[in-house]
Design a protein around this ligand. Sequence first.
Ligand code: UD1
Length: 421
Amino acid sequence: MDRIAITGGRPLHGEISISGAKNACLTLMPAALLSDEPLELTNVPRLADIEMMTKILVSLGASVELSEQGRRLVITAKKFEQHLAHYDLVRKMRASILVLGPMLAREHEAVVSLPGGCAIGARPVDLHLKGLEKLGADLELRTGYVHAKAPGGLKGAEIDFPFVSVGATENLMMAATLAKGVTVLKNAAKEPEIVDLARCLRKMGAEIDGEGSDVIEIEGVDRLKGASHRVLPDRIELGTYMLAPAITGGEVELIGGKRRLVSALVEKLEEADIEVADTENGMRVKRRNGHIDALDIATSPYPGFPTDLQAQMMALMTLAKGTSRFEETIFENRYMHAPELMRMGAKIDVQGGVAHVHGVERLTGAPVMATDLRASVSLVLAGLAAEGETLVNRVYHLDRGYEQVEDKLRACGAQIERLKD
Ligand code: UD1
């Protein structure tokens, strides 16, 4: 397994280009199953998770053409070869459940493996399933698979989510585009990726209103057509790299970065005495007065502070003046980075969903390892600031969500290299 070696302590200076959003792509790709015509996606990031979703779509019978070094995908689901998304593919990536809604809506049947647990918590899919039942689907759970049927097609309904779920909102939004009648999703997720999906579905002929607010209304149509869609920038990649100059003390311009995608982060960075300026091509970040102030952070659904930036922000706060308080409200087990950061000299107390981070003068390099994507990259950030060498193990997590992480950081002066096994 590859590892990443970082010799830290160098302030980063330069530019980093932000790729297309992984999480948007992982829902836009299954949206292609709603039509027998091609869906063209551009600004696609080159990531292991995108390859995994490609494999799942191909296994169902779709063709996926790649061009522009994998940045452009044309997905055509002319007809299905099977209605089964196999455990071997689904278990590797939770977002695979997003093929369920579109396949069921178009084909009136679908068999999809349950994704199972993952390192950051139980992460059930009950909201997806209950929502599809409301749309008239018969669901049966057998041998680890959801067997879904809707013989006469799905029917519009009102679905009031008990709490916000990005994936359930996406799955049901897609399913409802081909259901008979009107579907109203209440307490829907408002993430930019939801808005991006709604825009794409509208280009395909769907009737959708209200995306980006709590209530999304979808009027079903008989069929959807092909379309072309450019994926929005990855706000989590953007936020992660905004933290690189903050933690190392340099100045970096994030090309393609947009403030509105990361407004909760910008607000917190400004509170921590980090300057964020808009530029012609994106945003520029640096420390305002040379130090970092401690912060209180509570994660919450968009437009709140994203759980997917909590680990990276914690890496920054290890070097802040004073004690920071973190509260993770989305996932129950998302502090696996804390003990690893402590191996690098950080002072952190974790009690349940709350972590206190007591800022220290310096971090020191160490061999570290993380068990999820965002935790891994938080260790890379810490390694960039730490004295000496940090060796980040299990890099495959990083490759799921960060395109060319070492190239992007090296271009800003980081001493970072991938060690191949
Ligand atoms: C998406 C993102 C992920 C991000 C998360 C929260 C993708 C591919 N992934 O994941 O990076 O961390 O949003 O912003 O877009 N839940 C249930 N039952 C359900 C569905 C969810 O209990 O049926 C719970 C989850 O366990 C979690 C919370 O709801 O505690 C929010 O999860 P959700 O918003 O659904 O996250 P994902 O869509 O899986």
